[in-house]
Design a binder for this molecule. Structure first.
Ligand code: DQA
Length: 143
């Protein structure tokens, strides 16, 4: 079984992008932590980060994962296309945000993903990805 981690636009800048909001750890650290958690549980793991909507959509279309953990970043608030990609493949998902999107500009409170997610984690920094991985592993093992 496999978990696919999807990170949206600007998350490649993690560590140097608004560190007060997003912390000082970079994307590689985050991804390697998640990969380790998957491997410890005997699960395969894939990751994509892209700044291009179509690349995220294509990765979702072509994945053989049983579970998706996604931080759609700014596409959270804009992308019907990415939402439809996930609905199209019918793979369960957890939505993660590093910052507390509800404590920021009002436009960040709306998500095109939350009503379709098993759960939503926000505001806990990159630790949120660890919690999401734990939940995904539990979900897969329960099957
Ligand atoms: C984010 C929150 C979004 O509003 C923002 O556009 C991001 C990152 C987060 O992880 O906190 O790029 O998804």
């Amino acid at each position: 079984a496999k978990v696919l981690l999807v990170n949206g636009p600007n998350l490649n800048l993690l560590g140097r992008r608004e560190p007060g909001l997003y912390g000082s750890d970079n994307l590689d650290t985050l991804v390697e932590n998640a990969r380790q958690l998957a491997q410890q549980s005997g699960l395969a793991f894939d990751h994509i980060q892209s700044n291009a909507e179509y690349q995220l959509i294509d990765a979702i279309h072509s994945t053989d994962a049983q579970f998706i953990i996604i931080n759609p970043a700014a596409f959270t608030h804009t992308s019907v296309a990415l939402r439809d990609a996930i609905l199209g493949v019918n793979i369960p998902l957890i939505e993660v945000h590093i910052s507390n999107v509800h404590a920021r500009e009002p436009f960040r409170s709306h998500s095109y993903f939350s009503d379709k997610a098993q759960g939503v984690i926000c505001g806990l920094g990159i630790q949120g990805y660890e919690f999401a991985m734990q939940a995904a592993i539990k979900h897969i093992k329960a099957k």
